[in-house]
Design a protein around this ligand. Structure first.
Ligand code: PLP
Length: 381
């Protein structure tokens, strides 16, 4: 089955009791048993919920995994992945990554004896060198956030092969429509479904998709034992969002391409970070592992000052100034003070995340209107 058909149909069947075409929201905490221990596979809603099960089957199909396990947020999903490790184990992670991932790894898990090291994974030789005898997880985020570099998923996963090291790709920025890490060798894929999967900025949810049954079983155990599960209404919203994932991402990518070109030609703009440019340092990797180049574009200004960036950020009319990404509406953000404020300034600057860096999440509006909006905001500079 091809992607668009899977997005609409995978895991979804008319409800057996009524024929309802759309998956019902099973808003229940418990299920009647015919006799003690005799039930239809559902005992208690933290452990199993039919709306959630349909979403999990759908996500497993979209990422070509054996199973998907859903959580109450992307960060709850990350927490479950890290809990696969033991005290004394170490994580090697992409250095240019989602701020909340950095915060959880450093401020939550280190206290329990799991240390994380952050390094530029665009360079697989550097990762190979950094792998030590306690390394148990390679954490890959690609495209990276907010600098939009690419990590070669095949090359990094190859480094872990035949070793006792897990690989997990945070695939939130690409979405399963553009990139399928399990096909490229990854053990696990993480999604903040809050972003492209949900697609309408109306839900917070996370998921981990696993290559093997065995890892999935451990994740299902954690899902139930730790208890960070999503509610059925949220699962329904994500299922509904996924039905148009391919259409939304295709359109957003087209818009992003036009806007990146417009920015590149703009006299006030210094650098545009967009993997679709032929001279982007990782353009070839993007072509080899993604179906298109994504709908995130970052840029900075010639005058690299916070106040300059603020003149643009505060004056757009269609782009909304907000954190998050991946919705139908375009968003504009300032990583240094918003999404990446929890990363120390020195760490930020190492990756090129300057004070004037602006990140765009391009939506599905008309590109001409988006460009006109940016143009009027640039008039304030
Ligand atoms: C938003 C995001 C997360 C965290 O997801 P939540 O659903 O907000 O908990 C993780 N990784 C990336 C790349 C994200 O953009």
């Amino acid at each position: 089955m091809k992607f668009g058909t899977k997005a609409v149909h995978a895991g979804v069947h008319p409800d057996p009791s009524t024929g309802a075409v759309m998956t019902p929201i099973y808003q229940t905490s418990t299920y009647a048993q015919e006799a003690p221990g005799q039930h239809k596979g559902y005992e208690y809603a933290r452990t199993q919920n039919p709306t959630r099960s349909v979403l999990e089957s759908n996500l497993a199909a979209l990422e070509n995994g054996k199973a998907a396990v859903c959580f109450s947020s992307g960060l709850a999903a990350l927490d479950a992945v890290v809990r696969l490790l033991e005290p004394g184990d170490e994580i090697l992670s992409t250095n240019d990554l989602y701020g909340g991932t950095y915060r959880q790894m450093v401020q939550v898990h280190e206290k329990y004896g799991i240390k994380s090291t952050f390094l530029p994974m665009e360079n697989p030789a550097g990762v190979k060198k950094a792998i030590g005898k306690h390394t148990r997880l390679l954490w890959i985020e690609t495209p990276t956030n907010p600098m939009l570099n690419l990590v070669d998923i095949r090359a990094i996963c190859e480094l872990a092969r035949d070793k006792d090291i897990l690989t997990c790709v945070d695939n939130t920025f690409a979405s399963p429509y553009l990139q399928n890490p399990i096909d490229l060798g990854a053990d696990l894929v993480l999604h903040s479904a809050t972003k492209y999967l949900g697609g309408h900025s109306d839900v917070v949810l996370g998921a981990v998709i696993s290559r093997s049954e065995k890892l999935a079983e451990r994740l299902f155990f954690l899902q139930n034992a730790v208890g960070a599960v999503p509610g059925p209404q949220d699962c329904f919203l994500v299922l509904r969002g996924i039905k148009t994932l391919h259409l939304r991402v295709e359109r957003a990518c087209k818009n992003a391409k036009k806007i990146a070109k417009y920015l590149q030609a703009h006299p006030k703009v210094k650098n545009v970070y967009y993997p679709g440019f032929k001279d982007h340092p990782n353009h070839k990797i993007a072509k080899s592992q993604m179906r298109d180049f994504g709908a995130m574009v970052s840029f900075d200004l010639y005058e690299n000052r916070m106040e300059e960036a603020q003149k643009v950020l505060g004056t757009t009319r269609i782009f909304t100034l907000a954190e998050s990404l991946g919705g139908v509406e375009s968003l504009i953000g300032h990583p240094a003070t918003m999404t990446h404020a929890s990363i120390p300034k020195a760490e930020r600057e190492k990756v090129g995340l300057t004070d004037s860096l602006i990140r765009l999440s391009i939506g599905v509006e008309d590109a001409d209107d988006l460009i006109e909006d940016l143009e009027q905001a640039f008039q304030n500079l």
